[in-house]
Write a protein that binds this ligand. Structure first.
Ligand code: FES
Length: 195
């Protein structure tokens, strides 16, 4: 099916402001939006900048604003969007570095601020353990789903509070704080308190 991709272009070295550029080509069944971006880069316009790595929804690099929703480009089948026009822009609520590349510095700063690591009750024992820190499956379940965050940044792009209050930690950092607070090996809840 012929699909037109309307892609946000912005090169701060030469563009006064961003604009959308159209690319139209045949998209085959099974192509992800990321496959389509690689197709454009390899066959139509080598100047297009975007970020990607694993191509399998693990690294979190390819989050972008696809038809006005934050999504992973490698996990989004182009034809499943059910339209022959697909608009792609960088994630909102971040500074735009170039084309589809957002500056994720605030995401990682907020993540760092909640001390996303186990804070032990006894540091010496933790650094030089004299035994195992075993956990039951029930204790693991307390936080496991929050350990699956791939830090793609899409949740901050979707969060209206982050949009209006940049200092708000946002869903990613809050979920990571919970991930450690709910871990029975951790004693850092007080230090991790979100102000
Ligand atoms: S390329 Fe890694 S999550 Fe999409």
């Amino acid at each position: 099916m012929k699909v037109t991709f309307k892609i946000w272009r912005y090169d701060p070295a030469k563009d006064v402001k961003p604009y959308f550029q159209d690319y139209t080509f045949d998209v085959k069944e099974g192509m992800t939006v990321l496959d389509c971006l690689y197709y454009i880069k390899e066959n139509i316009d080598a100047t297009l900048a975007f970020r990607a790595s694993c191509r399998m929804g693990i690294c979190g690099s390819c989050a972008m604003y696809i038809n006005k929703k934050p999504r992973l480009a490698c996990e989004t089948q182009a034809l499943s969007l059910g339209t022959d026009v697909i608009e792609i822009a960088p994630l909102p609520n971040y500074k735009n570095i170039k084309d589809l590349v957002p500056d994720l510095t605030p995401l990682f700063e907020k993540h760092k601020n909640v001390k996303p690591y186990i804070i032990p009750e006894n540091e010496q024992e933790f650094l030089n353990p004299t035994g195992e820190y075993s956990q039951t499956p029930v204790e693991l379940e307390e936080y496991l789903q929050f350990a699956y965050c791939i830090k793609c940044g899409a949740c901050l792009a979707a969060c209206p509070t982050v949009g209006t209050t940049p200092d708000f930690p946002g869903p990613q950092a809050l979920a990571q704080a919970y991930r450690y607070n709910a871990d029975n090996r951790d004693f850092g809840e007080k230090e991790r308190k979100i102000q």
